[in-house]
Design a protein around this ligand. Sequence first.
Ligand code: HEC
Ligand code: HEC
Ligand code: HEC
Ligand code: HEC
Length: 372
Amino acid sequence: MDSGDLLNEDEELPDSVIESAKLKAELILEIFKTIGIDAVNVGELDLVLGLDYLKELEKKYSFPFVSTNLVDADNKPVFQRYVLKQVNGKTVAIMGLYGDTSEMAGKLADITGGALTVQDPVKAAEAVVAELAGKADYVIAMTHQIANRDWVIARRVKGIHLVVGGHDRQKTPDPLGAGDAFIVRAGEKGQYLGMLEVALDGSKEPVNTLVPFDESIADDGKVQGMISAYNDKVADMYGGGGGDQPAAADVPLRVEACAPCHSSQVAQWKTTDHAKAYATLVGKSKQYDPKCLSCHTIRFEQPGGFNMQEMQMAFVNVQCESCHGDATEHLASMKPIPVADPQIDLCLKCHTDDRCPEFEEEKEIVFDKIRH
Ligand code: HEC
Ligand code: HEC
Ligand code: HEC
Ligand code: HEC
């Protein structure tokens, strides 16, 4: 199961990346169907491409989206409220809850334009538990909310055995005991599979393992094929298939405009990995994927930056302006550069925790590598 925010990472998508985001969403659903997913909770980021679109996907893939407390204007549930699964002769019910704190409700309202609202998750969960009396041996709640609210669901709703927390990106290697229930969470971005082992006779405590998806797990041929097909489609979508895109090497980069006055900085920059960030994507055939270009180009989809329509080769790589800000006025009339002394916060926008977990601790080392 998956506790939600499966299909998107961002609350807002620039128009030019919507089509590729839809392809990506379909790729994910196809892969999850292949894996044999039982239930996926609906998170606010799954609604970014529109409720109608999500319903379309649900139908097209017979996809098991579950939401117990997201309702439409008539207070009617929009997705199935729970699913029942037979596991080793036991019946397991899986429901999906969305948090009702003002922050969560606000995100939902912004993203769906008010088409969906959230009902009290405790009451909604209690209603499901009552409905399931005598019908299910185990009741699991996938949650999508601020992590500390998981304790409220686990402790207050009698009859829930397990809370599988989502939205808050946390990972809890050991199951957290909460009243008669347990809480588990498996982190974010598909880095781990959370695997909970339970003795049906209650003879031992549940054991939870976060299985890392690292190199030790071989790629699946069928899934690899789906990913290659997706890459080809994205390339076609953005003109890559036509072969009319100039090669990066043929177009002078923005840094060349700085060279007359800052030659030593430019020379140093050319020795860093930042100067080959675009080549890295080309090496992976990912140079047309907006999800990758965002950190491997300048000012992605922002005014005066790289955008998917034009794919300006002058703006590829992590260049001076990725750290020092838009230099247009500095170049035109020697106005001061926007960011004279970039700080670590700026690096962390790209060097995110999941990619570079040691980055902050190794601040001295990483700054030394780029010093110019
Ligand atoms: C025509 C010469 C010229 C060009 C071209 C030029 N700069 Fe500068 N830059 C200067 C001068 C002169 C200063 C020092 C001005 C000052 O101290 O206020 C400076 C200062 C800077 C500083 C340091 C600011 C500080 O306060 O320490 C940065 C960063 C910078 N430039 C980045 C760039 C980038 C990036 C480009 C290319 C996009 C660029 N510059 C192009 C002349 C130039
Ligand atoms: C716009 C996104 C972006 C920003 C901002 C950024 N980086 Fe990077 N950085 C990258 C990318 C992408 C790579 C990988 C390039 C490659 O190998 O193709 C990278 C690679 C590096 C590397 C080499 C790999 C390693 O870990 O040894 C260092 C060092 C580094 N960055 C330091 C910094 C520092 C320090 C800052 C802030 C002052 C910073 N970066 C800001 C995107 C960024
Ligand atoms: C949030 C910013 C960000 C996004 C989005 C991003 N990257 Fe990167 N990428 C980085 C940074 C930072 C590094 C340097 C990290 C390091 O060297 O450890 C990097 C390094 C890399 C590297 C070289 C190091 C390695 O891990 O082998 C590859 C390859 C790469 N990225 C490919 C991709 C692809 C493919 C995508 C899209 C699926 C992507 N990146 C999306 C920031 C990003
Ligand atoms: C990864 C982020 C990053 C990139 C890319 C980057 N800089 Fe810097 N730059 C910094 C940081 C951080 C400083 C602060 C001073 C230091 O620690 O060296 C700095 C300082 C400077 C200064 C002031 C120099 C001094 O000696 O005081 C200039 C000029 C400058 N950069 C120009 C450039 C130019 C030109 C480029 C592109 C070729 C560039 N920078 C690319 C992060 C970056």
